[in-house]
Ligand binder design. Sequence first.
Ligand SMILES: Nc1nc2c(ncn2[C@@H]2O[C@H](COP(=O)(O)OP(=O)(O)OP(=O)(O)O)[C@@H](O)[C@H]2O)c(=O)[nH]1
Length: 309
Amino acid sequence: MKLFKNINFGKLKEGLSKTRDNLVNKISETISGKAKVDEETLEELEEVLITSDIGSQIAEEIIEKARALFKKESDRSVDNFKKIIKEELEAVLSQAKTNGEIDLSQKPYVIVIIGVNGSGKTTSVGKLAYNFKRSGLKVKIGSADTFRAAANDQLEIWANKAGVDIISTNTKEPSAVAFDTIKAAQKDGTDIVIIDTAGRLHTQKNLMDELNKIHRVINNLLPYAPNEILMVLDGTAGQNAVRQVEEFEKYTKPTGIIITKLDGTAKGGVIFRIISEKKIPVKYIGVGEGIEDLQDFSPKEFIEAMFGN
Ligand SMILES: Nc1nc2c(ncn2[C@@H]2O[C@H](COP(=O)(O)OP(=O)(O)OP(=O)(O)O)[C@@H](O)[C@H]2O)c(=O)[nH]1
C-alpha cells in the first residue's frame, strides 16, 4: 500500500540550514569569484568536502568524477561544478532507496524501533504513528521500554496526540509487551504495530540480547515479522552514528534508519556516509520536535533542500 507522503519542503529546507552552511555554502565560498574551477580549486574543494561530515571516500570520489568530466567536457564553469556535485550526492543517497510502500497482505505489519539512549526513539514512534494514522491505517503502539518509567508516560502522551492505541504493561518484560501488543492487534484488525524499545549501548550485552528475544517472540507469533527493524540515529552525533549502526549490526539487522534532529545540526552530511557505507535505506528524517516533523526521506527533495534552490 502506498502511504501518505509527509514531505514539507519549507520545513526541510529550514531544518537543513546548518548542514547547508557547513557544506554547500563552504563550496560556494571556495568557488565564488572564480570564472573556472581549475586544479587548485578542485583541491581546495576536496578539502572542504573532507571536513564536512560526508566522509573522505565520498569526497574523493566526487572530486575524481569532476576532474574526469572536466577533462572531457571542457566546461569548467562554477555552475557545471555545482551541477556535478548535486548529481553525485543525489546518486549516493539513491544507493539505498525505498519505494515507500508497505505490504499489508499479512496484518499486522510490525515495526520495531531500536537505538541508543536519547536518540529520539519515543518521539519518532509518536510521529510515525501519526503519519500512518493520516494514511488511514489502524495503528497500535507497544511500549517495550520498561526500564525508564518516564518513557512509558512520554509514549502515552505521544499516542494520545497521534490518536492511536497503546499497550503499556510496564510491569512486564519487554518481550511480553511485544507479545501482548501483537495479540491485541490480531484481535482488532490493527494494520500496523510499532514496538518502542529502551535505549541501549552495544556494551550492554544483556540488553542487546533482549532485542533478539523481542524479535523471537514476534516471529513466533507471526512468521513473517518483524517487517521492519528501524534504527534511530541522532543526526547531531555525526560520524559516531555510523559506528552505532556497526555495533548494533553485531546483534541485529536494521532494515531501515531514522535520522533525527537534523534541524539544529551542521552534521547532517553524515547521512551520505551512512547510506554509502552501510547500504541501509534511510526511511525517515526528524526535522523538529513536533508531531508533524518526521518526514519521509527522498534523495531528490533532500538534495534540493540542501542546495537551497
Ligand atoms: N530538534 C529535534 N529534537 C528531537 C527530534 N527527535 C527527537 N528530539 C528530541 O530528542 C530528545 C530525546 O528524544 P526521545 O524520543 O525521548 O529519545 P529516546 O531515544 O526515546 O530516549 P530514551 O528512551 O531515553 O532512550 C527529546 O527532547 C526530543 O524532543 C528531532 O527530529 N528534532
